[in-house]
Design a protein around this ligand. Sequence first.
Ligand SMILES: C[C@@](CO)(OP(=O)(O)O)[C@H](O)COP(=O)(O)OP(=O)(O)OC[C@H]1O[C@@H](n2ccc(N)nc2=O)[C@H](O)[C@@H]1O
Ligand SMILES: Nc1ncnc2c1ncn2[C@@H]1O[C@H](COP(=O)(O)OP(=O)(O)O)[C@@H](O)[C@H]1O
Length: 276
Amino acid sequence: MKTVEISAFAPAKINLTLHVTGRRADGYHLLDSLVVFADIGDELRLRPARGLTLQVSGPMADGVPRDDRNLALRAARAAGVLDVAISLKKHLPAAAGIGGGSSDAAAVLRALKEGWGVSVGDVAALGADLPVCMAARTTRMSGVGEIVTQVNGIPPLPAVLVNPGTAIPTPAVFAALQEQDGTPMDAIPAFADAESCACWLSAQRNDLEPPAIEIAPEIGDCLEMLLAQGALSARMSGSGATCFGLFASQSDAACAADALKLQQPNWWIQQTVLGA
Ligand SMILES: C[C@@](CO)(OP(=O)(O)O)[C@H](O)COP(=O)(O)OP(=O)(O)OC[C@H]1O[C@@H](n2ccc(N)nc2=O)[C@H](O)[C@@H]1O
Ligand SMILES: Nc1ncnc2c1ncn2[C@@H]1O[C@H](COP(=O)(O)OP(=O)(O)O)[C@@H](O)[C@H]1O
């Protein structure tokens, strides 16, 4: 048994783009997505113990499953480690399109590799977002999520994340998608700054945004409010409902986040830097 406690960080995953380019026979969708990671996320600690346990705390812990549905526990089981106490401090909203559960699972797998020396062969069995969350760096994600290719040339992007508090199950959004065969992303250039990245993004898409807005119209309000605060670009991440706005500087993002918090004190609103 190991004797040390290991800390692991599970950053928020943001799909800057999400093009749905086809559908497999098993119903899973083919994706083409530019994925970055934020400097905010969940905090995990793993320590040797008798048996496998999970304790969940933190400002966004409400509603997160504590039982075997939790992806942190499922990751430990998949790795065959049944003698670990996991403590998970949730800062990210669940079912929010920012991969909280998948990033937690990836953080557990990284910690188990470091501390217990074990790894899992097929991480995708834990969910389509697991491979990209294992990479935890700027990536082009394709296939149904299993193909991850490192992307260089994306500068750190000052941003504000906004979630209106509506949990949206991913399957419901895919089920509401009308067009399954969209075009892939354009080639990804190297960007000098946030402005040029935002300009390129304006010609790309998140194909899940229209069906998600049908399910939760408040997503449209998030996007409008980010743009009204001067965002260079505003879009939904993943299957929603979290939206991101890109800003020219961290001070612009901080001003926008403060103003949005005054307008919507009950929403989850966070200033961050993406892809740093
Ligand atoms: C949409 C994305 C984009 O990054 O992110 P989130 O919105 O979940 O953060 C991911 O592909 C989500 O990954 P993840 O949440 O791990 O998905 P899974 O648990 O494997 O699948 C949940 C359900 O989503 C649908 N699904 C997921 C991935 C995919 N490529 N095609 C799909 O059709 C299927 O209906 C599946 O039953
Ligand atoms: N560690 C976890 N944190 C949050 N949700 C989790 C976790 N493990 C399992 N879940 C379940 O996974 C679902 C999807 O959560 P999450 O990964 O945060 O969202 P998304 O797939 O939209 O990015 C939630 O509804 C929740 O029930």
